[in-house]
Design a protein around this ligand. Sequence first.
Ligand SMILES: [Zn+2]
Length: 76
Amino acid sequence: MRNCRQAEIICTKIQYKEATFLEKLQIRLHLLLCRTCRAFVKKNSRLTALCDKANLKTLGLEEKERLKKKLSGKQQ
Ligand SMILES: [Zn+2]
């Protein structure tokens, strides 16, 4: 999905819980590639919350820091 308009439509669908799993996946991919839509999502706090949920599998900042410390500790 490379169309921003389509992404916007799916984002709206997600808001109303009408989006399919596939559509959510497509949105995630599109957001990874498209700065414009990321900015759009950032402006919309509801969507940001939804996208946070969609990104549950990615590591949080705290987790990353912890991993970094763990790794650097091993190297020393
Ligand atoms: Zn876009």
